[in-house]
Design a protein around this ligand. Structure first.
Ligand SMILES: *Cc1c(COP(=O)(O)O)cnc(C)c1O
Length: 393
């Protein structure tokens, strides 16, 4: 299952567009809310479902569709749907498949706002959520009977716990639960969960798919049947549709996704290894530095990981001394970012934040951008020195 990334194939998918009216190398932004009809008959046939064509951009828009088709092909899925944010993709997907009295099984340490959705709105709608350690197959198997939906990330946000995605997807299928995975971290360049047996794969397209920190968007991909249910059951009424301009930015972002992912991988691994060898660092949470091999189906690693300092570092002083890394949430763009764990812990609200987040007081999450590992390491080394009070100098 661990096939090598086929960069050439990925580049073909992201570069190719159907011919557009002007044979422009960049597809047009069809920036319109509605589409008109030539005749009554044309209009009636469209509304009766006899033909498919755009009528209103909350439903179908040609620029959005180009993005959706590219993403579906990259994810080896039959179809995809674009959303106004990753959270719109998550909430619309979950709300399509669960109803009051249902239960969701979710791996621990998921993206904090997905967790807050489960603990807030979903609880109010009488949907229960059971959190499991996704690495413990017995625990997952014990939680699954009766569950409607199985929700996972691999690796998980912040603590980077990786999962055997194909085995978990098979377990969910055995118990009749729809399996959903958030694949924002790996991107389809390094992991294609539908090919591993997951029913649905979703993304915060605000991260690697966009890649330039200039768009907030989301997407979900899967079989024509399941995507059809989200398209007709939740998307039109929750209304979080991807806009034509944002879709256009995503198409542009996708053009370089394969080579950006490779560059993030190389630089982040270099930084992670240097951190692991630094005397001030207690541990590094990077999937390549934990365990011997990447889990089945994960063929590469991206630019996001976290590490934990030993006691004694002044984290605010470390953070303020960074000059190439900026302090900021989100990730997936060209720029390098750092987030001290304690600021996220301070924000964390919810009945049991520790369960879902697992964020250590002395940890820092890094997104390694495209500035080059040597420059970034000099920045980190100097900032660690500042955090230690430059004792050696
Ligand atoms: C950012 C993020 C989301 C949410 O996406 P938005 O586009 O910000 O709504 C979901 N999952 C993961 C893993 C994320 O990092």
């Amino acid at each position: 299952m661990t096939e090598e990334v086929d960069l050439a194939e990925a580049m073909r998918i992201v570069a190719h567009d159907d011919p557009n009216p002007y044979e422009a190398v960049v597809p047009p932004i069809v920036q319109t809310s509605l589409f008109t009809f030539k005749s009554y008959q044309d209009m009636e046939e469209t509304y009766r479902g006899l033909k498919v064509r755009p009528t209103y951009s909350r439903g179908l828009n040609p620029t959005v569709r180009i993005f959706e088709e590219k993403l579906a092909e990259l994810e080896r899925a039959e179809d995809a749907l674009g959303f106004a944010s990753g959270m719109a993709a998550i909430s619309s997907t979950v709300l399509t498949f669960v109803e009051p009295g249902d239960r969701i099984v979710c791996v621990r340490h998921v993206y904090p706002d997905a967790y807050r959705l489960f603990e807030g709105l979903m609880k109010r709608l009488k949907v229960e959520v059971t959190y499991v350690d996704g690495r413990d197959l017995d625990q997952v198997a014990a939680a699954l009977p009766g569950a409607r939906l199985f929700y996972m990330e691999s690796p998980t946000s912040w603590v980077m716990e990786t999962h055997d995605v194909s085995t978990l997807a098979a377990l969910a299928r055995e118990h009749g639960a729809v399996s959903v995975i958030d694949n924002s971290w790996a991107s389809p360049i390094f992991q294609t969960p539908v090919a591993l047996g997951c029913d649905l794969v979703l993304h915060s397209a605000s991260k690697y798919l966009g890649g330039h920190s200039d768009v907030v968007a989301g997407v979900v991909a899967g079989s024509r049947e399941l995507i059809g249910r989200i398209r007709s059951g939740a998307l039109p009424y929750l209304g979080g549709k991807l806009s034509p301009f944002d879709a256009w930015l995503l198409i542009r972002g996708l053009r370089t996704l394969p080579i950006r992912m490779k560059a993030h991988e190389v630089a982040a691994l270099d930084i992670a290894r240097r951190l692991a060898a630094h005397p001030a660092v207690a541990s590094v949470q990077h999937p390549r530095l934990v365990g011997n091999a990447l889990p089945k189906g994960l063929s590469g690693t991206s630019g996001l990981f976290s590490f934990t300092f030993k006691e004694g570092i002044d984290i605010p002083a470390f953070a303020d001394a960074l000059t190439v890394f900026s302090l900021g949430v989100s990730w997936g763009g060209h720029e390098s970012l750092a987030v001290p764990g304690r600021v996220v812990r301070a924000q964390a609200a919810g009945p049991n934040p520790a369960l879902a987040f697992g964020i250590d007081e002395n940890s820092v999450r890094l997104h390694v951008g495209l500035e080059g590992a040597d420059l970034l390491w000099r920045d980190l080394e100097a900032a660690i020195g500042a955090g230690l009070g430059d004792r050696d100098r």
